[in-house]
Write a protein that binds this ligand. Structure first.
Ligand SMILES: NC(=O)c1ccc[n+]([C@@H]2O[C@H](COP(=O)([O-])OP(=O)(O)OC[C@H]3O[C@@H](n4cnc5c(N)ncnc54)[C@H](OP(=O)(O)O)[C@@H]3O)[C@@H](O)[C@H]2O)c1
Length: 328
């Protein structure tokens, strides 16, 4: 039996609910404290998901010595301050993506976590999922030959007033959706491309609605990435190698439960099927808890260096578009 780890949640929105459900299947995870900006909301979330404690402020929860690790599930704009609050309170933490608004903030919080010897990981759940790990292994083993290109897109729509359309919460396609293609491309071609080219369309509410990104790597390898707001949720990924390809075009690539690698004649080179135990967030929870139990302060699956490199790419894209947030 794995040692119990007591989780404290910061924020009680949509994704916090998904993660709370996932914790019920992660061995040793305890839904312990739910902190909201209002006690009423904290209590209602705690009751719904079986948390022992509810707090009406994030600061109060951080003073609870029984909290082993904090999960930050607030809008991107808040992450930088929320992470610093956790680290100053001596808490390990998992923070939703994007880790911060820009690379400078990311470098600062990474340095602080390292200085304080506390665990910090960005909640890039895809990288922890079994199918994604299998695909990385196939690529490493040369199943599709040498990767030449990746092609990834992620579009979604959200209702009026959603945080995605709110500039003041660091909304926009890039920080929320574009981050997946950027980070996933890095998993197959390397996190530091030699060139970044991008074009963005800035829409109503002064947020980016569409971003088209080309990452160029040594040897003529490239990634073509797209993200956008305002259309049905769609997310596909192609990994193209010298001997074959992996394509995830059914369902959403960032939460794939099956995958196949085929050669140029469509003969199957490898395949796998790994149904989620719950909803796919359980694997990042297990990774965090394994690391903490082993006394690690960083995950080898979702490295802090890759996170910072991803933020640097997003910074470059926003600079190309001349798109900034006043509060960064
Ligand atoms: N990994 C994934 O698959 C995935 C999917 C969706 C979202 N996300 C990420 O998760 C984070 C939260 O997204 P979400 O969809 O859960 O958002 P949401 O439903 O709007 O919830 C965000 C929560 O943050 C808290 N909060 C703190 N400061 C806030 C502020 N200034 N304005 C509004 N809310 C504030 C609120 O909780 P209290 O009122 O209880 O304090 C709110 O309920 C984002 O960083 C997003 O990128 C990840």
């Amino acid at each position: 039996m794995n040692r119990e780890i007591r989780w404290g949640f910061m924020g009680t929105g949509r994704i916090a609910g998904c993660f709370a459900k996932a914790l019920t299947v992660a061995e040793g995870a305890v839904c312990y404290a739910a902190a909201s900006r209002t006690l009423e909301k904290g209590k209602s979330f705690a009751a719904e998901y079986g948390f022992a404690k509810a707090y009406g402020s994030y600061e109060e929860m951080l003073r609870d010595d029984a909290v082993d690790v904090v999960y930050i599930a607030t809008p991107v704009r808040e992450h930088y301050n929320n992470i610093k609050m956790c680290l100053e309170a001596g808490k390990h933490l998992l923070c939703e993506k994007a880790l911060t608004v820009n690379a400078a903030q990311a470098r600062q919080v990474v340095a602080l976590a390292r200085e304080k010897h506390l665990f910090l990981m960005e909640a890039m759940w895809t990288k922890c999922q079994p199918v994604f790990r299998r695909m990385r292994q196939w690529v490493e083993d040369g199943v599709i030959g040498e990767v030449q290109a990746v092609d990834i897109n992620f579009y979604t729509a959200a209702g009026k007033g959603h945080r995605l359309y709110r500039h003041e919460l660091a909304g926009g396609a890039l920080l929320d959706l574009g981050y997946y293609p950027v980070i996933c491309a890095g998993s197959f071609l390397g996190s530091r491309p030699k060139a970044v080219l991008s074009h963005s369309v800035i829409g109503k509410g002064n947020v980016d609605y569409l971003d088209s990104i080309i990452l160029e790597y040594e040897g003529g390898k490239f990634a073509h990435l797209l993200c956008g707001l305002g259309t049905k949720k769609t997310a596909s990924m192609y990994i193209l190698g010298t001997k074959g390809r992996i394509s995830l075009q059914d369902g959403l690539f960032f939460m794939a439960e099956r995958a196949q690698a085929v050669d140029f004649e469509d003969n199957v080179l490898a395949s796998c099927e790994e149904p989620f135990l719950m909803n796919g967030y359980e694997y990042e929870a297990m990774e965090v808890m394994d690391c903490i139990r082993e006394g690690k302060t960083e995950s080898a699956l979702v490295t802090l260096d890759d996170t910072v490199a991803g933020m640097e790419i997003l910074d470059r894209c926003r600079a190309d578009a001349g798109f900034y947030y006043e509060f960064e």
